[in-house]
Design a protein around this ligand. Structure first.
Ligand code: FAD
Length: 452
């Protein structure tokens, strides 16, 4: 006797939705029919990326990945395994981070750091005397190694270990990290990873950042060669999808789960499934799935923009002085400067892409609209002490004597996947970890985890 194939709906085609639908479609026992819903008119993983137009010929040229979607050894084990499984190649670009304060219209770096210290000695910012620069480098080295040592030896308090969750603000206070270092180095660099304001970052659970620092310490960072669309192509082979379908409700009806969506033309449709997997951000989960409405309101999110443009006015001087000092071997690709400009508790990053376009993420000062080629807006999921506990409860096991009514992952055959659906920084690895969790619960083999 063969049991009928189970009908599964996956909502969202970001990394998480595409990964779980790939795993289920390729179940060695062939038990699942997977239908994917996406509100945009194209698959989403690569949807914000942009193909540059040559200003002279008008022809389409290089593809820019937006967001860049970098990953690192030590933190992204499942992601790397998946890329290796698909034969996706990745490289380790060398970045030059120029840190500056935006007091006037021009970025004026106070420190220039090269990724993995590939540029030694560090470049000296224009206008900084040798003495001032040496003092800054020594001060920075002391603070950096102190912070790193604390990450390894001073464990942050968590709700599990101490009954309360320690925020980054409380942790840097406890380890007596100097304010100057926090404001000028730690927050600008980390907030460019989390793409949020310094205030919001200070509210993150300390354990997230300490764990990230510990696991990526002295590790290489990578980006996918040829663009993340290669990953999307692999993950979406033989995918059955409904594009332009905005899901409006997901609800349990008897033993089934009903998905209701509207088409581009506004027409409403419903269908019953055996399982529904939500691969959407928590604000959307709260809006379409009633049991999590209250819980999701406590998970912070923010809108973030990435702008592709050619307005060099802000970084002109800094850029010229960096390029003058930089050196690289023949056969090596040129390093890529990223200007991190801070103002009023926020940091924008301006990436000098090899194509000579600029990509500003989280802009904090105006960009000449005439020189803007493209803008993409993302929902960034943030972390807080309260949201960490909610996320951990949703994905934790229910104890036998527990009275809590809080909905748990898998209740009523509804599942959650996404960058935010794990106990860590909201990154691509969370997509893989949460998809693997659903696969394990449904007893499906994850192809790239086979040899582990
Ligand atoms: C600016 C920025 C930079 C980042 N940089 C990095 C980085 O360098 N490295 C890294 O690891 N991570 C990075 N991240 C985080 C990472 O990109 C995300 O964690 C990850 O892409 C989330 O994927 P997801 O599949 O969970 O969700 P999403 O990619 O948000 O996908 C959700 C999907 O659901 C769809 N959807 C929403 N509502 C509905 C609805 N009602 N009906 C149907 N479909 C719907 C959306 O259109 C979308 O396709 C960055 C994020 C941002 C914003």
């Amino acid at each position: 006797m063969t049991s009928p194939r189970q009908q599964v709906a996956v909502i969202g085609t970001g990394m998480a939705g595409l990964v779980i639908s790939y795993i289920l479609r390729n179940d060695p026992r062939g038990r699942f029919d997977v239908q994917v819903f996406e509100k945009q008119d194209k698959l989403s993983l690569d949807s914000a990326s942009h193909t540059l137009t040559d200003s002279k010929t008008g022809e389409k040229s290089e593809r820019l990945d937006l967001p860049m979607r970098a990953f690192a050894d030590g933190y992204y084990e499942s992601l790397r395994r998946m890329y290796d499984y698909f034969g996706i190649t990745y490289g380790s670009p060398r970045f030059i981070y120029a840190l500056s304060t935006l007091s006037n219209a021009q970025a004026d770096p106070y420190f220039i750091h090269s990724s993995n210290n590939h540029q030694l000695p560090p470049l000296r910012p224009n206008g900084l005397s040798w003495i001032s620069w040496l003092i800054e480098v020594c001060y920075l080295a002391v603070c950096y190694y102190w912070f790193t040592a604390c990450c390894f030896f001073v464990t942050p308090h968590t709700a599990e270990s101490a009954g309360t969750e320690e925020t980054l603000r409380q942790y840097v206070d406890r380890i007596r990290l100097p304010q100057y270092y926090v404001a000028n180095y730690l927050l600008p660099l980390m907030s460019s990873v989390t793409t949020c304001s310094h205030e919001a970052l200070m509210d993150f659970p300390a354990v997230d950042l300490v764990d990230y620092e510990r696991r990526t310490f002295r590790q290489k960072h990578y980006t996918v060669l040829g663009g993340v669309h290669r990953v999307q192509t692999k993950l979406s082979e033989n995918l059955t999808h409904t594009l332009g379908a905005k899901v409006t409700t997901v609800e349990n009806v008897g033993t089934k789960v009903q998905v209701t969506w509207t088409n581009i033309d506004g027409q409403s449709n419903s269908r019953l499934f055996d399982h529904v997997i939500l691969g959407v951000t928590p604000d959307v989960v709260g809006a379409i799935f009633q049991p999590l409405r209250t819980a999701m309101a406590a998970v912070p999110t923010a809108k973030v923009q990435s702008v592709v443009h050619r307005d060099f006015s802000r970084i002109l001087n800094a850029s010229q002085s960096i390029w003058k000092q930089m050196s690289w071997g023949s056969g090596e690709s040129a390093p890529q400067p990223i200007h991190m400009c801070s103002k009023d508790g926020a940091t924008e990053s301006i990436h000098e892409h090899p194509s000579s376009a600029l990509i500003t993420t989280y802009p904090i000062a105006p960009i000449d609209p005439e020189k803007v080629e493209y803008t993409a807006t993302f929902t960034r999921v943030l972390r807080s002490a309260a949201s960490r506990q909610i996320v951990n409860r949703i994905f934790g096991r229910r104890s036998a004597d527990e009275k809590s009514q809080l909905w748990r992952n898998g209740d009523g055959n509804v599942w959650l996947v996404g960058g935010w659906c794990w106990d860590g920084m909201v990154m691509l690895e969370g997509c893989l970890a949460s998809a693997t969790r659903v696969a394990n619960a449904l007893d499906v083999e994850v192809p790239w985890m086979k040899s582990s």
